[in-house]
Design a protein around this ligand. Structure first.
Ligand code: G3H
Ligand code: ZN
Length: 290
C-alpha cells in the first residue's frame, strides 16, 4: 500500500475522537514488529524515528528511514513515517526527501520566545516542503538520560492560554502537551491531569499529542483519548517487551548464537505489544472514571 500521511491519519482520528498510535523504531526489527502488530489490529499506524535513534545509527537517517519506507509500502494497513524530537536543523531538512510526511520539531527546552521563534521558522520551512509539523510546549520530562520528572512535577505542564498563542503564532499542525506523562518510564504508573487536558482541548484548534505514553496505564490512555489526545507516542514499551523476551530466551538457551533466534522472539514480543496498545486506544471513546 502507498505510504500514508501522518496529517491524514491524525485528522481522521481526531475527527472521530480516536487516536493513532505512533511507535518509535530503532532497528529494522522494531519497524517490522510495528507493521505486523498494526496488521494484526487491522489499524493504521505511524512509524517514527527520533533524533536520538539517528544518533544511535551513527548519525545516519537514511538506512533506517529507507527500511521503514519499504516496510510501510509492503504493509496491509496504512503506515506513515514521522521524524520525532528533531532539534537539529540539518536533520530536519533531511526529512523532506526521505519518505517522511511529518516532523516533530522540539525546541521545548528553550525559553518560550526562543521556542516560538525556532518553531515558527521550522514550521515555515516544513510547510514549504510539504511536511506536517508537531511541536511541544511545556517539556515532558525524562529525555536524554535526564532523571524523569515526577508525573506531577509542576514544571511539566502546558498552560492553555500560552499554548493557544503558541499554536497561532507558530503555525504548527499539532501540539505535544505536558499533562503528567514522562519519557522513558519503565512502570505504567503515570497519572494524567484530565482537567488540564480538557482545558487544552477546548483552547486549541489543533490535534493534541501525548508523549511518554509507555508509562501511562491503559485506563489513563483511554481517558486521554476520550479527552482529546489524537496521537499517542510510544517508545519504551517496545524496548521493554523486546528486551524481556530476549533475556528470557537467552536464559533458557545459554548456548544460542544465531541472532535470528532471539531477535525473532524480541520482534514477536514487540508486535504483540503494538497490537495490545492499539486495542487500548481503539477501546477508548467511553469516558473512563478517574
Ligand atoms: O516521542 C516519543 C515518545 O514520547 C515515547 O516516549 O518512550 O516514554 O513511550 P516513551
Ligand atoms: Zn516524546
Amino acid at each position: 500500500m502507498p505510504l500514508a500521511e501522518t496529517g491524514t491519519l491524525v485528522a481522521e482520528a481526531a475527527a472521530e475522537r480516536r487516536a493513532v498510535a505512533a511507535f518509535n523504531i530503532i532497528t529494522l526489527e522494531h519497524a517490522e514488529a510495528v507493521v505486523a502488530g498494526a496488521e494484526s489490529a487491522a489499524s493504521p499506524v505511524i512509524l517514527q524515528i527520533s533524533e536520538n535513534a539517528v544518533k544511535y545509527r551513527y548519525g545516519r537517517l537514511r538506512p533506517l528511514a529507507r527500511a521503514a519506507v519499504e516496510a510501510a509500502r509492503e504493509a496491509a494497513v496504512p503506515v506513515a513515517l514521522h521524524l520525532d524530537h528533531v532539534k537539529s536543523g540539518n536533520l530536519l531538512r533531511q526529512a523532506a526527501d526521505a519518505g517522511f510526511s511529518s516532523v516533530m520539531y522540539d525546541a521545548s527546552h528553550l525559553p518560550y520566545e526562543e521556542n516560538l521563534a525556532a518553531t515558527r521558522a521550522a514550521a515555515e520551512w516544513a510547510h514549504t516542503n510539504g511536511l506536517w509539523v508537531e511541536a511541544e510546549l511545556g517539556e515532558v520530562g525524562g529525555k536524554n538520560g535526564a532523571a524523569p520528572l515526577d508525573a506531577h512535577a509542576p514544571g511539566a505542564r502546558t498552560d492553555p492560554d500560552e499554548a493557544r498563542a503558541f499554536v497561532e503564532a507558530s503555525g504548527v499542525d499539532a501540539l505535544a502537551v505536558a499533562i503528567g506523562s514522562s519519557h522513558a518510564m519503565t512502570s505504567r504508573t503515570a497519572s494524567l491531569d484530565h482537567e488540564l487536558l480538557g482545558r487544552l482541548d477546548g483552547a486549541l484548534g489543533v490535534p493534541l499529542v501525548l508523549h511518554g505514553s509507555s508509562g501511562v496505564p491503559d485506563g489513563e490512555l483511554s481517558a486521554a483519548v476520550s479527552g482529546g489526545i489524537a496521537k499517542v507516542n510510544i517508545g519504551t514499551a517496545l524496548n521493554i517487551a523486546m528486551t524481556a523476551a530476549i533475556r528470557e530466551y537467552l536464559a533458557a538457551q545459554p548456548d544460542a548464537v544465531d541472532s535470528r533466534k532471539y531477535l525473532s522472539v524480541g520482534r514477536r514480543a514487540m508486535a504483540e505489544t503494538v497490537t495490545e496498545l492499539i486495542g487500548v486506544l481503539r477501546g477508548a471513546g467511553e469516558p473512563v472514571a478517574p
